[in-house]
Ligand binder design. Structure first.
Ligand SMILES: Cc1cc2nc3c(=O)[nH]c(=O)nc-3n(C[C@H](O)[C@H](O)[C@H](O)COP(=O)(O)OP(=O)(O)OC[C@H]3O[C@@H](n4cnc5c(N)ncnc54)[C@H](O)[C@@H]3O)c2cc1C
Length: 346
């Protein structure tokens, strides 16, 4: 099914590049079309925590995909490093969850799902939660796709998906038209706009998130620190990320003073040393928001050569290897690792 077939992937974020990589490894011929530069939207802007923030607060449909992604990520990142020489800096830094949180619910959930958790004086430590460094992950993915023979066309915006006789026949883009055996929509926050009437139940809209960046000489924290939805992420080289906001602001990627002040105030509450540190960068990204954080993965019900892998909202990096696994199984008609009905395209 995949071997020797021609695929066009629309959007070179984490989901697009990881889907392309999976297809290439199964012998497909793959072209990735990217409106801007590869890996520079939400997948660049995110924090790279490889877990939902408070796992026990999410429905099973989110955690099933996230836990599978978490289990696969070490191997995925390791293989990227090995084959490209670009280190995505996958590390099990652990995540310390500070109060207020419902300890009993969390303990019960972790025990039931095999997630290690240790009670500490200041909160709950989940020692196995890992992180990656987004820009490096994207560079590694890009290099791997090209190494496997994939073609990435940048500054190429898909304007129209052309349908003929119940199938997609071609894509009209700013660099001419492209045709293939099958097409995969991985356009992140823009997926629904691109699909228009073909979107059906894939209800994806941009949800802005703002981040602050600091630089210490050495990591100022041993673990990721989380309090409600505010997190501090220490990188190996002393960079510290503070995030984030959840804003329904349309396709507006600008940063705001209000968010900066709020993030700074709350972060200083957790790490007083930040009071004396300058913010070295402040940015915003547009998450592909979806109802209940449940992505859509699979084949269009009426256009059999059109697929989607989008709407991963807050956890697209975490879910990416699992989401690609599900997509490839749908394309191949091979067994899934779990019940994928909640993600399929209707
Ligand atoms: C502040 C913030 C913090 C986050 N933190 C985390 C975290 O800690 N852990 C985690 O797992 N996730 C996190 N996320 C979420 C995660 O980043 C996203 O779920 C994930 O990056 C989505 O990937 P994507 O490939 O679907 O979208 P994107 O990375 O946005 O990629 C979509 C691509 O499609 C392109 N495109 C769009 N329209 C077209 C078109 N018409 N033609 C051609 N190309 C097109 C875009 O230019 C873009 O490059 C965070 C997000 C943000 C913003």
């Amino acid at each position: 099914m995949i071997l020797n077939s021609k695929f066009v992937v629309i959007g070179a974020g984490a989901l697009g590049l990881a889907s392309a990589e999976g297809l290439l490894r199964q012998g497909a011929e793959v072209t990735v079309l990217e409106r801007g530069l590869a890996g520079r939207e939400s997948s660049w802007a995110g924090g790279g925590i490889l877990s939902p923030l408070c796992l026990w607060d999410y429905p099973d449909e989110v955690n099933r995909l996230a836990l599978r992604g978490m289990a696969l990520f070490g191997g995925f990142a390791g293989a990227l490093y090995q084959t490209t020489g670009i280190d995505p800096e996958y590390q099990r830094s652990g995540m310390l969850v500070l109060p207020p949180s419902d300890v009993q619910v969390a303990q019960k959930w972790c025990a039931a799902h095999g997630v290690n958790m240790e009670m500490q004086d200041d909160g709950m430590l989940l020692p196995d939660i890992a992180q990656v460094r987004n820009p490096r992950l994207m560079q590694a993915l890009r290099a791997r796709v090209e190494q496997l023979g994939g073609r990435i066309v940048e500054q190429c915006e898909v304007k129209q998906i052309v349908e003929e006789a119940g199938r997609v026949s071609q894509l009209v883009t700013t660099q001419g038209s492209f045709s293939a055996d099958a097409y995969i929509v991985t356009a992140g926050a823009w997926s629904k706009v691109l699909l228009g009437e073909h979107a059906l139940q894939a209800d994806i809209k941009p949800i802005r998130g703002q981040m602050l960046l600091f630089k210490f000489d050495a990591p100022p924290l041993p673990h990721i620190m989380l309090q409600k939805d505010l997190y501090l992420i220490p990188r190996r080289d002393g960079h510290l990320l503070v995030g984030s906001t959840l804003e329904d602001a349309g396709f507006d990627k600008s940063t705001t003073e209000e968010a900066r002040t709020m993030l700074l105030r709350r972060a200083i509450g957790l790490l007083p040393a930040l009071r004396d540190m300058p913010v070295i960068r402040h940015w915003a990204g547009l998450r592909p928001g979806s109802p209940d954080n449940i992505p859509t993965i699979g084949r269009h019900p009426n256009l059999p050569n059109l697929y989607i892998n989008s709407g991963h909202f807050r956890y697209g990096i975490t879910m990416s290897p699992a989401s690609v696994e599900v997509l490839l199984n749908v394309i191949n008609g091979t067994p899934q690792p779990f019940d994928v009905a909640p993600y399929l395209w209707h």
